[in-house]
Write a protein that binds this ligand. Structure first.
Ligand SMILES: C=C1C[C@]23C[C@H]1CC[C@H]2[C@@]12CCC[C@@](C)(C(=O)O1)[C@H]2[C@@H]3C(=O)O
Ligand SMILES: O=C(O)CCC(=O)C(=O)O
Ligand SMILES: [Fe+2]
Length: 362
């Protein structure tokens, strides 16, 4: 039995503040200094868009109809240029999206004392708390999170003594749908590079398809008195193959482009945002872009998001697909399992990718 996602941080304990040490988000009229970000707290905080032609001003990530006959190429192009795209006709019932949004709102609406009964432990992955990347920043983020790996039953029982079974059913159905969608998206993207199942046998569609695992990250960004100086979730890349994100009807997600700066991803009701993670960047030998993204907050509306963070089981070694490496070159990256990569990220954060990069001998 390979190590599970649940255990990846056993050897990487982390001490993060819990909400009972934090001010009550809802009662503040001014941002405390510990929540006020400047460019020195995050070098990209104020990264202005490079001067660009007026036509490029409202450029954003591609919107792709999965029923379109050219969807595979559109996805491949989006993965290479943006590392992110939005999808319609993804087959996930609207009712299920509404259910997971309701669950998320209901969870974060619980009294703090109740949420803390399911607080994430210092060595754990699952539970209530601030995002793990918080440890790399001096300032606090204007958000709270809840991570699910494996069965949420134990945590949900603590949150909702009566209704936990209904909520477990929603999570189970959501994860089931997301799993199928993620695998479909990965194969569409790979096929656009001419990569087929013989080239990536561990991910074969026929193998009992249990080669993948995932975490579900629920995020809540409360209304904020001074949103221009606050940060909902600091800039990061995901350590995944792919991440599928549902956002409620409140803008906040931004992706970074060297030539455009921070670009907002507008919420489109019923659609989902997909982004390339570090492992897909490695698998594609650097062709697909692991996109830097963050979440901003606003003054009038609370924001909710649900990220399905998807990657391979822990016994699977990810390395660049040989077909995508030129015969005269070495692959851009060494092989790595998801567990090893998450552990590297837990200590080195944004340096993790470069640490597994092969450096060419002169
Ligand atoms: C399977 C994963 C992926 C994790 C760690 C672990 C569980 C929670 C995920 C997130 C979710 C929020 C952003 C992020 C950067 C974070 O802090 O926690 C993610 C991180 C990663 O993609 O590296
Ligand atoms: O809330 C968002 O839009 C982004 C969330 C995110 O990046 C994450 O959970 O990894
Ligand atoms: Fe993310």
């Amino acid at each position: 039995m390979p190590a599970m996602l649940t255990d990846v941080f056993r050897g990487h304990p982390i001490h993060l503040p819990h909400s009972h040490h934090q001010p009550d988000f809802t009662s503040l009229r001014e941002l405390p200094d510990s929540y006020s970000w400047t460019p020195k707290d995050d070098i990209l905080f104020a990264a202005a868009a490079a001067p660009s032609p007026p036509t490029a001003v409202d450029e954003t990530i591609p919107f792709i109809d999965l029923d379109h006959p050219d969807a595979a190429n559109q996805i491949g192009h989006a993965c290479r240029t943006w590392g992110a795209f939005q999808i319609a006709n993804h087959g996930v019932p609207l009712r299920l999206l509404q259910d997971i949004e309701f669950l998320t709102g209901s969870l974060f609406g619980l009294p703090v004392q109740r949420k803390l009964k399911a607080a994430r432990s210092e060595t754990g992955v699952s539970g209530y708390g601030v995002a793990r990347i918080a440890s790399f920043f001096n300032k606090q983020m204007w958000s709270e999170g809840f991570t699910i790996t494996g069965s949420p039953l134990n945590d949900f029982r603590k949150l909702w003594p009566q209704l936990h079974l209904n909520y477990c059913d929603i999570v189970e159905e959501y994860e089931e749908r997301m799993k199928k969608l993620a695998s479909k998206l990965m194969w569409l993207a790979l096929s656009s590079l001419g990569v087929s199942e013989e080239d990536v046998q561990w991910a074969s569609l026929n193998s009992d398809s249990n080669w993948a695992q995932a975490a579900l990250q629920l995020n809540h960004y409360p209304v904020c008195p001074q949103p221009d100086r606050a940060m909902g979730l600091a800039a990061h890349t995901d350590s995944t193959l792919l991440t599928i994100l549902y956002q409620n009807n409140t803008a906040g997600l931004q992706v970074f482009r060297d030539d455009l700066g921070w670009v907002t991803v507008p919420p489109v009701p019923g659609s989902l945002v997909v982004n390339v993670g570090d492992l897909f960047h490695i698998l594609s030998n650097g062709l697909f872009k692991s996109v830097l993204h963050r979440a901003r907050v606003n003054q009038t509306r609370a924001r909710l998001s649900v990220a399905f963070l998807w990657g391979p089981q822990s016994d699977i070694k990810i390395s660049p697909v040989p077909k995508l490496v030129s015969p005269v070159d070495t692959p851009l990256y060494r092989s790595v399992t998801w567990t090893e990569y998450l552990q590297t990220k837990a200590t080195h954060f944004n340096k993790a990718l470069s640490m597994i990069r092969n450096h060419k001998e002169e």
